[in-house]
Design a protein around this ligand. Structure first.
Ligand code: GLN
Length: 192
């Protein structure tokens, strides 16, 4: 059985743990560097990226995650996607730089900050993960403003990329851990 870490400093790590177990992995709640050893992959959950960054600066955890991402697959959702980006706007902030994407925080504005949408993922997603529309929960979501050449868009919402992969890594600006549909976590499991 694959052992997948869930960064558990802040945010909705518990829901990711449950989603990973539904997808057939053993979930390990990671709070320090030592717990990264022996994991097959890592999930960075949603929450508040600024708070997570602050907590990651203790104890060399930020650098430990960068190093982990050079060796193993990492899946970031919402705040996790912000942390994975190469560049963050609104405002600019530090990140892991694991993916060649540019992300703008809180880009849907205040009135429309949370919603549930039915996505129609790209044919490639449907071939690999299973057919049909995908229910996506957005909560104060970022927008992916630029996707580098090496990255691939697997789903869009209103024309904007919301599910993107690059090599072993995956980001979603929505929260697949909050619905019963296991396909996005299943897609990540295929990378391990
Ligand atoms: N708005 C949060 C941030 O900027 C992300 C929201 C979320 O993870 N649901 O970090």
């Amino acid at each position: 059985m694959k052992r997948v870490g869930v960064l558990s400093l802040q945010g909705d790590f518990a829901a990711h743990g449950a989603a990973l177990e539904r997808a057939g992995a053993e979930a390990v709640f990671v709070r320090d560097r030592e717990q990264l050893a022996g994991l097959d992959g890592l999930v960075i959950p949603g929450g508040e990226s600024t708070t997570m960054l602050k907590l990651l600066r203790y104890d060399g955890m930020l650098e430990a995650l960068r190093e982990f991402g050079r060796r193993k697959p990492v899946f970031g959702t919402c705040a996790g996607a912000i942390l994975m980006a190469g560049r963050v706007l609104n405002p600019e902030q530090d990140s892991l730089g694991l993916m060649d994407i540019e992300v703008e925080r809180n880009a849907y504005g205040r009135q429309l900050d949370s919603r549930v949408a039915a996505l129609h993922p790209e044919p490639e997603f449907q071939e690999r993960a299973g057919a049909g529309s995908l229910e996506a929960v957005f909560i104060r979501a970022p927008k992916i403003r630029r996707v580098g050449k090496g990255a691939r868009v697997l789903a869009r919402y209103g024309g904007d990329p919301v599910l993107v992969e690059q090599g072993p890594h995956l980001v979603a600006t929505f929260h697949p851990e909050l619905t019963a549909d296991p396909r996005v976590h299943g897609l990540f499991m295929e990378k391990l």
